[in-house]
Design a protein around this ligand. Sequence first.
Ligand code: HEC
Ligand code: HEC
Ligand code: HEC
Ligand code: HEC
Ligand code: HEC
Length: 409
Amino acid sequence: MEQRTRSPYPRIDRPVLAAVGILLVISTALFMWKQRNHDWRYYQYRFAQMVGEQFGADKVATVPAGIQQIWVSGLRRADRCTTCHQAVSWKGFEQAEHPYRTHPEGPLKTHPIEKFGCTSCHGGQGWAIDTEDAHGQVAHWEEPLLSRTLGEEYTLATSKTALMQMNCNTCHRYDRETAGAEAINLAKRLVQEKGCRACHVINNRGGTIGPDLTLVGEKAPEQYDFSRLFGQRTAFAWHVAHFKDPRALVTDTVMPNFHLSTEQAQALSMLVLSWRRAEVPAEYVSGAPRGDPQTPEERKAEEDMRTGPGGWFVQTGCFVCHSISVFNVKSPAQIGPDLSTAVDDVQKRFGVTLDAFLANPTGTMSVVLSRQIILTPAQKEIAIQKLREAFAEYQRQQAAGGAVAGAVH
Ligand code: HEC
Ligand code: HEC
Ligand code: HEC
Ligand code: HEC
Ligand code: HEC
């Protein structure tokens, strides 16, 4: 038999071993106590009680125990929310407090939880099993629960639960309307009415005066200039303030002040922040075809104007921002003044002749003519000639006694 080597420290051997043993026992006890101490155990215990009270002991046996998880491979999400929110698919707990409340039925009918999980709509940290972690109220987690609580913090003007609609729109981006996402719907209408595409590319269509907005929701908080912003320094707050008064944040911007209400500015902020790369497979993206083409009515109206007497303004792209009402050209956005009387107005407004203005434009037109519509000197001559024709037509109509319908000024 092999001779055992003697311990070089025969006297401290035993105390050291004993100490290590005690430490092990303590840490195991601590670990178990910590596990025990997870809130979810209490919530499961309480929910089982509630089921017992309402449906009897038999039913209690059907309540699953332990950590619950919904694994949605298509969305690469593992959501453990139902560990605490056990009542989601139970009937009879509609009035209970959270987390014991039955889920509203509507959204889960069209989006079964096996296929959508929870976080695809609500945000939050799916795999966490403590309330604060799960609700994403922790540092470095970019998907906080888009909850009523956060909505209150953001002082939403209308529904405090509306923030969640940003997540709805990751998948419903190409819908013109989505039932249940009213704030997003309002914002989508505003994008059409206000003619944001006159200056911005959105979903591959639009002008180049402002930045492409297709993925603007991915801008990191560090990329915002908060120096002129008072109050909360979040991307959301920045956009709300920018929509209410672009120049207050970006002094030299040509983005117009649309005089939006708080509700409208907040809705638009939610919409633009929802414009992110969708990490969802095609079958999860509602609305085919994927894209955001003009409606047939919009296309028809544009075609009629293109072949009419004001056709040049349509072909050149001026009508994106200007109506020329004497030629029945109606701008969808009407960001600039009606050009029917520009010959006269330029003189009054800028104190220069039309020729001088187009040769050396100021304000929005200097950006338009340097970035979006580049005209050669010969083309500028044509522009001047067309604007004179419009004014002549205006004077003719005036002389004939008819007020020009729709002309501003
Ligand atoms: C450890 C238990 C626990 C887990 C896990 C958990 N929750 Fe909760 N949740 C609660 C409790 C408790 C409340 C009620 C108190 C509160 O709002 O903090 C609640 C409230 C909520 C509310 C209403 C909050 C509000 O402000 O209106 C939502 C929505 C919600 N949870 C969603 C989720 C989602 C989504 C997940 C998964 C990512 C999740 N929860 C995971 C315990 C949990
Ligand atoms: C299709 C999107 C969708 C999915 C998926 C979804 N929910 Fe919801 N959830 C909603 C909507 C919409 C509401 C109603 C919000 C409101 O009151 O306006 C809601 C409400 C809730 C509430 C109550 C919030 C409140 O403010 O009172 C909780 C808690 C909740 N959901 C948890 C969950 C959990 C847990 C899951 C996963 C098992 C889940 N939801 C899956 C859309 C969804
Ligand atoms: C992960 C992607 C995803 C999310 C998030 C999502 N949806 Fe959906 N939704 C879908 C898909 C896919 C369909 C099925 C659409 C289809 O068949 O064209 C659908 C269907 C619907 C329908 C029925 C539409 C119809 O034409 O029948 C409504 C309404 C709807 N969703 C609203 C919402 C709302 C509100 C939210 C946020 C609370 C939301 N969705 C979140 C993907 C999503
Ligand atoms: C006359 C041109 C013009 C119109 C019309 C216009 N914008 Fe802008 N927009 C700009 C310019 C230029 C900028 C860049 C300077 C700035 O931030 O203001 C900008 C910036 C933005 C930004 C910030 C982008 C970023 O990367 O920080 C958003 C969001 C935005 N616009 C949304 C809209 C929406 C939504 C509409 C319609 C309601 C709209 N814009 C209409 C010119 C325009
Ligand atoms: C992206 C929007 C946009 C486009 C496209 C655009 N404009 Fe303008 N334009 C404006 C705005 C806004 C004004 C008002 C002055 C300002 O805000 O700086 C203006 C002013 C003018 C004026 C002065 C009118 C007056 O009554 O004082 C003329 C002339 C003009 N534009 C001609 C054109 C022509 C010609 C084209 C096409 C080649 C064109 N614009 C394209 C936005 C636009």
